[in-house]
Design a protein around this ligand. Structure first.
Ligand code: ADP
Ligand code: ZN
Length: 570
């Protein structure tokens, strides 16, 4: 039951209650809406699920009622236009869209509605908005004072730094010049400084008021696990935690999407594939089923998800490392939009790190661009390797300092409520959310400095030994770990590596522990894996670790589920 809205409430609050049936604004909605209703420009940064749509829908309705005409909503997402227009018409708001799915007669009918001034909201794709035809109609409305506002949704599409860049968005700066005095509200869930600066500059929003909401999604539990047998780990996660519930599984390639979807289906999970290589018709069918049926798992590339408003997605899983934290946060943000508990779960391993580094190195992009991409990858790897609160790290990446909510603060006795054991040795004392893997099961930490030095010097010895004996050769992870652990093999015999000073210096550690140390060193950029065979080499920064100037603290790896061969996992 929605409590009645008093008669003397603000027009915005009245619209919220009468039209949408909600009794209160969330977060910064009210401030944003009042600012736009009054004619101001706004840049709104709000996480997925935060309630961005109302920030322009309510002003559109209020301003239309005040005789200020139609609001134009620019969106790149056809599916989202359809959904929103359908929902608005259902609650009695006259809204339409213009996009490539309409035939001429349909488009003309909508254009007539637009010019008549009866329409409250018009959704358009950016390329449509920029056509001379529509520009002409908007100019005529503008002259008559019947253009109430522009909303630019998914505004990060204007930025070349993100993975959603759209050429047409660059042209949206003309709105400012052609339709002076019409308020503009740009909205996005991507919040890093780079993207934000791009939006301001390219959309000429220098005078817009900035509204930054907390990016925290307290109902999402973050878990990042080491890749051992990823499919089995995924299946166990789904069966143990989300049997019969809707979720999205992101994979790095189309092939892996197909394989994973059919494998899950064989295991009895209701799973469908989705990627840009599938027929448009198949994609539409799978998306529709995912939205309408209960408990489907969509296995997809990142082609799936932008604008998917399914409130009860209970988990988002990543089988491969996303490109950066923005991508990770947007993808995981599709879980739990209804505010109920949801999981963001990811497996990652050495191969992920190596592949992502290589993709950047080998891309034809400009060096400046690569430098930014490397920085973003480093931040993601630091999140993956972190042994402290994931949420604190995520939010600080978006420039936000996480504060523990009052009811999670230390209870009587001054102990942490999260297990009551206090802070484990080696964990930085800081805020803890209580709803991520590291907060729920604080990992034990070990000092890996010595081990890291052993590993680095072993790679160094390979190079030296190679130059003296059989030409410069270098070796991959499997062989390196064999030598460290003193495990005989044909290759060891062939190259005489049992004579190296680093032979068997790490026999006390498991293969998995060594793998974790190596992954950490690759993540930190002290070691690179090169060429077709992932041969390992030291970088300049390895010197500081070898000299003992840098210390390394690591999580104790989880017990491996099965003992497996020596291939690079992941
Ligand atoms: P975003 O576009 O930021 O991802 P939406 O606009 O789709 O988020 O809103 C997410 C969900 O929250 C929707 O189901 C919406 O109806 C709901 N919602 C938004 N604002 C409110 C509010 N003030 N009160 C109740 N529900 C709200
Ligand atoms: Zn936490």
């Amino acid at each position: 039951m929605t409590p009645p809205i008093p008669h003397d409430a603000s027009p915005a609050l009245q619209v919220l209650g009468e039209v949408f049936g909600y009794s209160a604004f969330r977060g910064q909605q009210q401030a944003i809406i009042e600012h736009v209703v009054a004619g101001g420009d706004a840049l709104v940064l709000m996480p997925t699920g935060g309630g961005k749509s109302l920030c322009y829908q309510v002003p559109a309705i209020v301003r239309q009622r005040a005789g200020q005409g139609v609001a134009v909503v620019v969106s790149p997402l056809i599916a989202l236009m359809h959904d929103q227009v359908g929902a608005l018409e259902e609650v009695g708001v006259h809204a339409s869209f213009l996009n490539s799915t309409l035939d001429n007669a349909q488009a003309q009918a909508i254009e007539r509605e637009l010019l008549s001034g009866r329409l409250t909201m018009l959704y358009v794709a950016p390329e449509r908005l920029l056509t001379p035809r529509l520009q002409g109609m908007l100019a005529s409305l503008h002259e008559r004072g019947r253009l109430s506002l522009f909303a630019i949704d998914e505004a990060h599409c204007v930025s070349q730094w993100g993975h959603d860049f759209r050429e047409d968005y660059l042209q949206l700066s003309v709105l400012h010049e052609q339709f002076p005095g019409v308020p503009r509200i740009a909205l996005t869930a991507t919040a890093d400084d780079h993207t934000r600066a791009d939006i301001v500059e390219r959309l000429q929003l220098q005078d817009a008021r900035l509204f930054v909401s907390s990016f925290d999604r307290p109902n999402i539990r973050y878990t990042l696990v080491e890749k051992v047998k990823p499919r089995d780990q995924l299946l166990r996660f789904i069966r143990d935690e989300h049997e019969g519930e809707a979720g999205i599984v992101y994979c790095g390639s189309r092939k892996k999407v197909e394989e994973t979807a059919s494998w899950l289906a064989e295991q009895g999970v209701d799973a469908l594939p989705y990627h840009a290589g599938l027929d448009a018709e198949v994609r539409r069918r799978h998306q529709d089923r995912f939205l309408r049926e209960d408990g489907l798992v969509m296995v997809a590339t990142i082609a799936f998800g932008m604008g998917i408003d399914k409130p009860d997605v209970r988990f988002v899983a990543h089988l491969d490392l996303p490109k950066n934290i923005e991508g990770y946060y947007q993808e995981t943000g599709r879980a739990g939009r209804d505010g109920e508990a949801a999981d963001a779960w990811m497996t990652y391993g050495l191969a992920d790190v190596v592949n992502q580094r290589r993709m950047i190195d080998e891309s034809p992009a400009a060096e400046e661009f690569k430098r930014v991409q490397r920085g973003k990858l480093d931040a993601l790897l630091a999140l993956a390797e972190a042994h402290d609160c994931r949420r604190v790290r995520l939010l600080s990446y978006f420039g936000e300092q996480y504060r523990e909510p009052p009811d999670v603060g230390p209870p009587q006795g001054g102990r942490s409520p999260l297990g009551g054991q206090g802070v484990p040795e080696g964990l930085t004392v800081g805020a803890r959310c209580g709803n991520c893997d590291n907060c729920l099961n604080p990992p034990s930490i070990w000092d890996a400095t010595e081990s890291a030095r052993k590993l680095l010097s072993c790679i160094y010895r390979f190079q030296q030994h190679g130059q003296q004996n059989h030409g410069a050769r270098s070796f991959g992870a499997g062989h390196l770990i064999d030598v460290l652990r003193g495990k005989a093999s044909d290759k060891v015999a062939q190259y005489g590596h049992e004579r190296l000073s680093t032979w068997a210096v790490g026999a006390d550690m498991s293969e998995q522990q060594w793998r974790a140390v190596l992954r950490q060193l690759v993540s930190l950029g002290h070691v690179v894996a090169e060429g077709e065979y992932n041969t390992l080499a030291l970088t300049d920064s390895a010197r500081a670790v070898l000299k003992g100037d840098v210390s390394l603290r690591m999580k104790t790896p989880a017990e491996p589920t099965t003992k497996r061969g020596r291939t690079v996992r992941g």
